[in-house]
Design a protein around this ligand. Structure first.
Ligand SMILES: *[C@@H]1O[C@H](CO)[C@@H](O)[C@H](O)[C@H]1NC(C)=O
Length: 273
């Protein structure tokens, strides 16, 4: 699952650098200045979109929707100097469609140090929260970790694997951090990126792809609008309901807070990870 196939690197970073330089005038001036001196915590956050796009194009075959969505959502979010809520991406699809690969690529192209960056926090339910009897402690820990890390550094990435196995109680701990109504930690929390990975909706996505194939449509013709409702329904039918719209149960705003990113089942012979 090594994300660092560096095929894109030389050009990617060069172009990325040029992109950064030309964008510097607008949003990046202060940040990049600080980064050169290496003192601010945002410095670890060095998005390289050219590199990301290039790597996705080379190594993520057959996922036109995921590729476009992820890049578009990230760009919009990162270039917004004052986002009103964190970026919440939930990646859905069958095992082996490239979800983990994409998440490690994102870490790699957003943070110096990638998954090993101190600002990238990776949680796997079976590893980090294995015992049902310890759930109360896990909840307390998780809340204080997210809170603590966001207080220390607004540009933090929280990555949750295997959401299907995450205790719903832990999701409830996270929920207040995901919306736009949570003000306790100042504005820091709004620059966070949350990424959730799950198989939920995978079967339904495959079904849509299969029907498209049967009616001889190109895979690339499958649009997000066809998949959004089936993913939403799968999430509602799922007992954990983690990605239901409306981030905070008491929030007045029913704005969708999860961006669903569908991963189609790979045709045989296509690349996956
Ligand atoms: C940040 O999160 C990590 C877990 O990824 C945790 O071990 C650490 O204590 C947290 N830091 C703060 C300041 O809460």
């Amino acid at each position: 699952m090594a994300a660092a196939t560096r095929g894109c690197r030389p050009w990617g970073s060069l172009l990325g650098l040029l992109g950064l330089v030309s964008a510097a005038a607008a949003t990046w001036d202060l940040t990049s200045l600080h980064c050169h001196f290496g003192t601010f915590c945002e410095c670890d956050f060095q998005p390289d979109f050219q590199g990301l796009e290039c790597d996705l194009a080379q190594h993520l075959a057959g996922q036109h929707l995921a590729r476009a969505l992820v890049v578009k959502a990230l760009k919009a979010f990162v270039q917004d100097p004052a986002p009103t809520k964190p970026l919440v991406l939930s990646l859905h699809g069958w095992t082996g469609t490239g979800k983990s690969y994409v998440s490690s690529l994102l870490a790699h192209y957003l943070f110096r140090g990638g998954l090993r960056s101190p600002h990238v926090h990776h949680f796997s339910p079976v590893i980090h929260f294995p015992h049902a009897s310890h759930m109360e402690r896990y909840k307390k820990d998780l809340k204080s970790w997210v809170q603590g890390n966001l207080t220390a550094c607004s540009r933090s990435l929280f990555l949750f694997d295997e959401m299907d196995k995450l205790d719903p109680g832990l999701m409830e701990v996270l929920r207040p951090f995901l919306g736009s109504s949570w003000v306790v930690f100042g504005t820091n929390y709004r620059k966070a990126i949350f990424m959730f990975i799950s198989n939920t909706g995978g079967e339904q996505i495959n079904q849509v792809a299969l029907e498209a194939w049967r009616s001889r449509r190109d895979r690339e013709e499958i649009r997000l609008q066809e998949l959004e409702p089936v993913i939403s329904q799968a999430l509602l039918d799922n007992p954990h309901r983690f990605g239901a719209p409306g981030c905070h149960t008491t929030s007045l705003s029913q704005r969708r807070c999860f961006s669903h990113v569908p991963f189609l089942q790979m045709a045989s012979g296509a690349q996956a990870s």
